[in-house]
Design a protein around this ligand. Structure first.
Ligand SMILES: [Zn+2]
Ligand SMILES: [Zn+2]
Length: 166
C-alpha cells in the first residue's frame, strides 16, 4: 500500500491505497452513488490506478475532423473547431474522491449542474499549502473520479500500522 503526499510541502493527501492493474470500466449510470446524481465512483475505496492515456485539459481538435471520445470513459466534446480530445497529462493517479478528503476546492469554471465540477478545466483541488494537486470530476454528466497530478505528488510505502486504521 502507498500513501500520496504533496510534492510541495510533504503533507499526506490520501488514505493508504492499493494499486489496481488498470483503471476499471466506469460504473453504469443505473448504479448511482449515494446522495448524488451520477454514477458511483470508478475506483473502489482504498485503491488507485494509473490513467495511461491523456486526461483532462487542455483539449485539442481531432486531426482531419475525426470524431471520438474526448478521453477515456468520456463522451464526445466539441467547440467551434470541431471534435476535441484531451491533450492533458498522462499518468494521472485515479482514486475514489473519499480517499483524499482534506483537499481545498479551487475556483473552477466547469461546475456542472449538480454533483460538482465536470473536471475538464484543469486542476481544481489543492493541498492545504495552496499547491494545486488534483482534478475532481463529479458532475452527473461525467464519471466520479479524483485524479492526482503525477508531477504534483509523490508516493511513499504506507507503514504497516496504517493498514489497521478504520
Ligand atoms: Zn502541500
Ligand atoms: Zn449534474
Amino acid at each position: 500500500m502507498v500513501i500520496f503526499h504533496c510534492a510541495g510541502c510533504g503533507e499526506v493527501l490520501t488514505s493508504p491505497l492499493t494499486p489496481l492493474p488498470a483503471v476499471p470500466e466506469p460504473q453504469p449510470y443505473d448504479q448511482p452513488r449515494p446522495g448524488a446524481r451520477g454514477p458511483a465512483a470508478t475506483i473502489p475505496r482504498g485503491h488507485y490506478a494509473i490513467e495511461t492515456e491523456p486526461w483532462g485539459a487542455p483539449y485539442e481538435p481531432y486531426p482531419d475532423n475525426e470524431d471520438g471520445p474526448s478521453q477515456r470513459r468520456a463522451g464526445g466534446k466539441s467547440d467551434m473547431r470541431g471534435s476535441l480530445r484531451s491533450a492533458g497529462p498522462r499518468g494521472n493517479i485515479v482514486l475514489h474522491p473519499d480517499d483524499a478528503v482534506d483537499l481545498t476546492m479551487l475556483v473552477d469554471a466547469s461546475m456542472g449542474c449538480c454533483g460538482g465540477p465536470s473536471g475538464d478545466q484543469g486542476l481544481n483541488r489543492a493541498c492545504r499549502c495552496g499547491k494545486p494537486v488534483a482534478t475532481l470530476a463529479a458532475d452527473c454528466t461525467t464519471v466520479y473520479e479524483l485524479h492526482l497530478d503525477a508531477d504534483s505528488v509523490h508516493a511513499d510505502k504506507a507503514p504497516a500500522y496504517w493498514a489497521f486504521r478504520p
